[in-house]
Design a protein around this ligand. Structure first.
Ligand code: PEP
Ligand code: MG
Length: 589
């Protein structure tokens, strides 16, 4: 039976594929296809892991002290029985043989199927056996990881490149931003999560992958079953499970239309972004890793406006990247940009981007009740001065290879500004002492806390440029957690208070002759292009995939007419409606 699930649209287009359900705790399990010649080898890996786990359980049983409760031995017997049960290892082999999944992926796929079956059982005793299956699978996964450590690099292969395979879409309760990174070059052609807001970092990484995605779809991972056919409408935020033939055909048509539209926009890639009245606009790229830099150039970006350096810091088991490793990453991005500017943001760890993969309970314990208001971004950097100087040295050293700018996230206090410049002076001194080369770099601040926007003139006395982080600016102005789907309907970029802060920041920076850009998601959303141009913004930083569509809007805009509308927009109770009419050419400018 076909069902629909509603969520928040994150990334445009339509994806049609079979569902791959992944438990949040297992999102980091490797997902890749194996070639036909590797099937037997993969089954052998699974068999080896099963035998090793069986031996481990047998020896645990033998070592049980005689006074151990009888239940313990019984539990080990249950685990041994599950291990040899056809519904686990036998069915897992089918995922490997028929679908060409790697062993870890096949195991987690089968676990999802079994977990559903247990959830639906009436008998409480049997329902509770789900935890036992999970433990057995955990042991198998650990064994597979241990046995393979270091000598097999999974071939990352896109699903569409794998002849004969159906496209796949990922369905999960939640995916941490760092885990999303591993899907950047992976097999999935779309994804759905139960939780998350439109500007959560998970959604941001999904958008950068340029595949259709829906987040905050609440019940999706419960309603969708492993292998169901799923349509993801990333424009409408709708997921259709097991669509009828007619609906499927309709979406295939929509999919073809959006591919045609994409191809058409593609031709604009290297056209300069100049408005009808001759105003040049700078379109920059947001990137997460140095490997994204070449794609940014290819998409027509004239520089990187935001390199989110924290992705180099995440999921490393507490081991932070050292100066050399960071330097190489920044240098690679700078070299790839061939002389165009690269704006490197100092690490923005915290809130929904913890260093470690933590459960919500652990997150609360480690980072307090309100991590978005806690030790995050520049606050964390200033609390770890050695780490901060190390990052500054690495960034400064990369400046010897091209044009680098430094961007400081989340400044809110003038005291922080002073400490930042002191840290920079010390980092430069340390490089001088070590005889390391660097060049002068511009230093800018993210304006994403209302306090900084309100006193923008005071901040601009210290910084060469500012970049407005609308994702956080909206979150903090409206007191709406950007990652919480329960309040997503209140997350309103058009809120008059947000517009006033944006307008104030852009106008003030322009008046003081300082650079100003927007690097939050608003910059890549065509609904806001005319508004931001009207406010006087001439520099936009966004996911590379959005550049062509935004450029198309710029080419049709007349900034003189738009600017004249600003007083009316700021005074309006319905600015979104007003700007929609303007964009459609239905008001007298
Ligand atoms: C923002 O807050 O708008 C921004 C660009 O930074 P991030 O999304 O990484 O918090
Ligand atoms: Mg931010």
């Amino acid at each position: 039976m076909s069902i629909q699930v509603f969520g928040l649209p994150v990334s445009r287009g339509v994806a049609i594929g079979r569902a791959v359900l992944v438990a949040s705790s297992r999102v980091d399990v490797a997902h890749y296809f194996i070639g036909a010649d590797r099937v037997e080898h993969e089954i052998e890996r699974l068999r080896g892991a099963r035998n090793a786990v069986a031996a481990e359980l047998e020896s645990l049983k033998l070592e049980l002290p005689s006074e151990a409760p009888h239940e313990l031995a019984a539990l080990l017997d249950v685990h041994l029985m599950l291990l040899h049960d056809e519904s686990l290892t036998g069915a897992t082999k089918l995922w490997i043989r028929d679908r060409h999944y790697n062993a870890e992926w096949a195991l987690s796929a089968q676990l999802e199927v079994l977990a559903r079956q247990f959830d639906e059982m009436d008998d409480l005793y049997l329902r509770e056996r789900k935890a036992d299956v999970e433990q057995v699978v955990e042991r198998l996964l650990r064994e597979l990881a241990g046995a393979d450590a270091g000598h097999f690099v999974p071939p990352v292969q896109a699903a569409r490149d794998f002849a004969g395979e159906d496209p796949l879409v990922l369905v999960a309760n939640d995916v941490a931003p760092a885990d999303m990174m591993q899907f950047k070059r992976s097999v999935f052609t779309g994804f759905v999560t139960d939780v998350g807001g439109r500007t959560s970092h998970t959604a941001i990484v999904a958008r950068s992958m340029d595949i259709p995605a829906v987040v905050g779809a609440r019940e999706a991972s419960r309603l969708i079953r492993q292998d169901d056919w799923v349509v993801i409408d990333g424009d409408a935020g709708v997921v259709i499970v097991n669509p009828s033939a007619i609906v499927l055909e309709e979406y295939r048509f929509k999919q073809r239309q959006s591919e045609l539209e994409r191809a058409r926009l593609d031709r604009l890639r290297h056209t300069p972004a100049v408005t009808l009245d001759g105003q040049a606009v700078e379109l920059l790229a947001n990137i997460e890793l140095p490997g994204d830099a070449a794609g940014a150039l290819d998409a027509g970006a004239v520089g990187v406006g935001l390199f989110r350096s924290e992705f180099l810091f995440m999921n490393r088991g507490g081991d932070l990247p050292g100066e050399e490793e960071q330097f190489e990453a920044y240098r690679d991005a700078v070299v790839a940009l061939q002389g165009l500017p690269v704006t490197i943001r100092t690490v923005d760890i915290g809130a929904d981007k913890p260093l470690e993969r933590l459960s919500p309970q652990e997150l609360r314990h480690e980072h307090g009740l309100n991590p978005a208001l806690g030790l995050r971004a520049i606050r964390w950097s200033l609390a770890e001065p050695g780490m901060f100087r190390q990052q500054l040295r690495a960034i400064l050293r990369a400046s010897a290879y091209g044009k680098v700018k430094i961007l400081i996230p989340m400044v809110a206090q003038l005291g922080e500004v002073k400490l930042v410049f002191e840290a920079l002076a010390r980092a430069r001194q340390q490089l001088d002492d070590a005889g390391r080369a660097y060049t002068p770099v511009e230093v800018g601040a993210m304006i994403e806390v209302p306090a900084a926007a309100v006193m923008i003139d005071r901040f601009l006395r210290h910084f060469d440029f500012v970049s407005i982080g609308t994702n956080d600016l909206i979150q903090y102005t409206l007191a709406i957690d950007r990652a919480d789907e329960a309040v997503a309907h209140l997350y309103d970029p058009w809120h008059p208070a947000v517009l006033q802060l944006l307008h104030r920041t852009i106008t003030c920076a322009n008046a003081m002759g300082r650079g100003v850009s927007v690097c939050g998601e608003m910059a890549g959303d065509a609904a806001f292009t005319e508004l931001l141009l009207a406010m006087g913004l001439r520099s936009f930083s966004m996911h590379p995939a959005r550049i062509a569509a935004i450029k198309q809007r710029m080419l049709r805009a007349d900034t003189r007419l738009l600017a004249a509308l600003m007083p009316q927009v700021l005074d309006s109770d319905a600015p979104a409606e007003l700007m929609r009419l303007v964009a459609a050419g239905r008001t007298a400018h």
